[in-house]
Design a protein around this ligand. Structure first.
Ligand SMILES: Nc1ncnc2c1ncn2[C@@H]1O[C@H](COP(=O)(O)OP(=O)(O)OP(=O)(O)O)[C@@H](O)[C@H]1O
Ligand SMILES: [Mg+2]
Length: 219
């Protein structure tokens, strides 16, 4: 067992930025790296739960539960007892359940797409993290997702994001996740991108994300 239990909320009040995609892929990556993983799907849309149900039983396993009631902050100590990596996939609106998930977390991963609209919209989630985490040290990582391959992130978008993350005390990760067909196709087959195409570029990105988050250091 890990010395430190990690409870990571993958969160952004903006929809379609890749919360479920990254939550499910990180759950598999955690299982592959020897963690006992619990994936909590707090979104009534149930993307993560459906993904887990699609997985072949011979693949590295993790437990998934659905919890769309705003009770996670109360239930989390009991729920996460046998696990050392707990990933909370949140919905796309600032609801009581969303707040409850943030309050239950020990860290937050915020996927953001590199467009000015999405960067502006993400100010809401940082304000909420600040409000909920003000009494605790809620480590916040930001990852750029759906970057168009062979393009640089628009300089203005990057500068705006660098400024914003510095202002709110979040860490902008060096890993960039590009928009790739493998990220879409793997999900439909109940696979992570490393299982779907181990030598592919998406797999390299997932491994880089996992490394940069540094979770294995706590095992
Ligand atoms: N890096 C990527 N490359 C290609 N497609 C991606 C990538 N990341 C996410 N997608 C696709 O974008 C769509 C939205 O992703 P996802 O459902 O993970 O976002 P979400 O933030 O969980 O959305 P919601 O707010 O609705 O819960 C999906 O069709 C997914 O396959
Ligand atoms: Mg989702």
């Amino acid at each position: 067992m890990a010395s430190q239990k990690r409870i990571v909320a993958v969160a952004n009040s903006k929809g379609g930025v890749g919360k479920s995609t990254l939550a499910t892929n990180l759950a598999v990556e955690g299982a592959l790296n020897g963690f006992e993983v619990l994936l909590v799907d707090t979104d009534p849309q149930a993307s993560s739960a459906v993904f887990a149900a699609t997985r072949d039983e011979h693949l590295p396993a993790f437990r998934v539960i659905q919890m769309s009631q705003p009770i996670l902050h109360r239930e989390i100590p009991k729920l996460c007892e046998p696990y050392n990596l707990v990933i909370l996939d949140t919905g796309a609106r600032e609801t009581k359940t969303f707040r409850s998930a943030l309050a239950a977390a020990t860290s937050v991963l915020v996927p953001i797409t590199p467009s000015a609209y999405d960067i502006w919209a993400s100010e809401d989630v940082f304000a909420l993290i600040d409000e909920i985490g003000s009494t605790r040290d809620l480590e916040t990582h930001v990852v750029l997702n759906q970057v168009i391959p062979r393009t640089r992130v628009a300089q203005e978008a990057l500068e705006a994001l660098e400024e914003l993350t510095e202002e709110v005390g979040a860490v902008l990760l060096n890993t960039r996740i590009h928009s790739r067909v493998a990220w879409k196709m793997a999900i439909g087959k109940g696979l992570s991108v490393t299982e779907f195409e181990p030598g592919g570029s998406a797999a390299s990105e997932l491994r880089a994300l996992w490394q940069e988050l540094g979770y294995s250091a706590s095992l």
